[in-house]
Design a protein around this ligand. Structure first.
Ligand code: MSP
Length: 515
């Protein structure tokens, strides 16, 4: 693979970022870093979804005009992603001029070719969902089951997208490219939605009376383009569609759209249909991940358990948050963030198993080999086991099984710890068997070097610290498989830099500040 284009859903800016948003962005970042390390040209796009009535209302409630409000919240998202070491190549905002132009251009084209037409819409509209609901989706008391609010009956003239025309093509896509939507359970869900009686053309505009904060329909002042067409288009705007031919040709189709399980219909039915209508090739994979709860509960403002990732990073550090979320949860299923589990997990894995291992090896090298890496080679049996675990790691990374990939990397850590404990290099030195002792230290150090690379996509800060202590100059972000430090075993003669624990234990339960 020589290019990898990964996107995340773009988050609504009606409220501050939370750990659920962060979970998805970290996953995309893990993959972006992983593929960069493999030498691929990576384009990693994330951003925010700024239009729509939800945002307009949140701005009004805050006493701000929408654009000012969006600027503030968008900045909080960007700060959070910086704090979490998210290495996105571009941060798209749907209020940017380039995006509005692409959305309008698409609209013009679809209208001219008859895929967009005018009709009357009557429906039950939930402002929380920004979508029309079906009678049978409502709870017994007639409320939207997600937002516990009564939907409004709306009747107005809108533009519709001719979704029904593309039904067979989407069905074929879902059936014939079994790899297009994952996990498979979500693919089957989408196939069911496709066969649903309610599968109809969908409305893609609102009259200005019901929505003002949006991109205007070209040549028609009274209609505003409704969120989903606007939002989904970010994936092509960001890649340079109609504005940067070279970038567009290099990166489209997207290799992966990473989204939460709640928005699969939009990404696996609406989006492919729009792309088919525009004669643009379809994304290679849409992956619908699970949802994160906090201490076993769904996040909600009323429970006061909405965690702002900015605060979380201040309390625990980016590596700890990233590591825990992905070591402890299966990405395709729902997962949980618990403070006690996070602390216990990172202390045990990162501080004890990995950090102490490196520290022991470096201290012994300081004392017994003038802080130099000995010239030696990894023992064959250990090398063989490492190769197997590394293979498993790669398979799991490529199939987004992050917890299993991390587990495979930790087999190397466990092997190295076992090797040290069994071979007892400290005793070998005491017995005057220096060469044997150094051979063991070399083996353990080489395994740690490999682990630093394997964990780099998940814990970039920790890996960089390990890399430096082993004695390499180059910072990890600059290396790739093309770089000799990356593939070659740790060279003898390198001067180690033992600076103490690479991962400082988190000692106590810290309060997490909620928003
Ligand atoms: N703006 C739309 C997406 C448009 S994409 C063209 C949207 N925004 S959102 O802010 O509600 O959600 C953004 C992403 O975060 C979605 O993929 C959503 O599934 C994900 N998550 C929201 N809450 C989540 C959790 N609690 N856990 C994990 N992901 C969650 O939908």
């Amino acid at each position: 693979m020589n290019k990898f284009y990964v996107t995340t859903a773009i988050d609504y800016v009606n409220a501050a970022p939370h750990i659920g948003h962060a979970y998805e962005k970290i996953a995309a970042d893990i993959l972006a870093r992983y593929y960069r390390l493999q030498g691929a040209a990576v384009f990693f796009l994330t951003g925010v979804d700024e239009h729509g009535s939800k945002v307009e209302k949140a701005a009004a409630a805050a006493g701000k005009v929408p654009q000012e409000f969006c600027d503030e919240i968008a900045a909080r998202f960007q700060q959070a992603w910086q704090a979490l070491q998210i290495s996105n190549d571009y941060f798209i905002r749907t209020t940017e001029e380039r995006h509005a132009q692409v959305v309008q251009e698409i609209f013009r084209k679809l209208r001219a070719q008859g895929d967009v037409y005018k009709g009357e819409y009557v429906g039950l509209y939930c402002e929380g969902c920004e979508d029309f609901l079906r009678e049978r989706d409502l709870s017994e008391d007639g409320l939207c089951p997600t937002h516990r609010r009564a939907p409004k009956e709306l009747k107005e003239e809108n533009y519709f997208f001719r979704l029904t025309k593309y039904k067979q093509a989407i069905r074929d896509w879902l059936h014939t490219s079994a790899q297009a939507v994952k996990p498979d359970g979500r693919r089957r869900e989408v196939l069911n939605q496709l066969e649903d009686d309610d599968f109809k053309d969908f409305s893609i505009t609102r009259s200005r009376g019901s929505l003002t904060w949006g991109i205007p329909v070209p040549d028609e002042e009274d209609q505003v383009i409704y969120v989903w067409i606007d939002a989904l288009t970010n994936y092509i705007t960001g890649a340079g569609y109609l504005t940067d031919e070279e970038h567009w040709k290099k990166f489209w189709p997207a290799d992966l759209h990473l989204i939460g399980k709640d928005i699969t219909k939009f990404h696996c039915i609406y989006w492919p249909a729009i792309l088919l209508a525009l004669d643009i090739s379809l994304p290679k994979l849409v992956f619908g991940h699970g949802f994160i709860t906090v201490e076993g509960q769904k996040m909600s403002k009323s429970l006061g358990n909405v965690i702002d990732p900015n605060f979380l990073v201040k309390e625990y550090g980016a590596d700890a948050v990233r590591y825990f979320l992905f070591a402890a949860n299966s990405f395709d299923q729902d997962g949980d963030f618990s403070r006690a589990d996070c602390i216990a997990t990172v202390n045990s894995h990162l501080a004890n198993n990995l950090g102490n291992l490196l520290n022991r090896v470096l201290s012994l090298l300081d004392r017994n080999n003038d802080s130099l890496v000995p010239a030696a080679a990894l023992e064959e049996s250990l090398a063989k086991r490492a190769v197997e675990h590394v293979q498993t790691y790669h398979q799991c990374m490529r199939s987004l099984e992050f917890a299993k990939a991390i587990e495979a990397a930790f087999h190397l850590v466990n092997d190295a710890n076992k090797y040290l404990n069994e071979q007892k290099p400290w005793s070998l030195f005491k017995e005057g068997k220096k060469q044997e002792g150094l051979q063991v230290l070399y083996g353990a150090l080489e395994l740690v070097r490999q682990v630093a690379l394997l964990l780099y996509p998940v814990t970039p800060g920790l890996s960089a610290a390990i890399w430096e202590q082993i004695g390499f100059d180059s910072l990890i972000p600059q290396i790739s498989v093309a770089h000799e430090d990356c593939c070659n075993p740790v060279p003898g003669g390198l001067k180690i830099k033992n600076k103490g624990p690479v991962f400082v234990r988190i000692e106590e339960l810290q309060p997490v500040i909620s928003t």
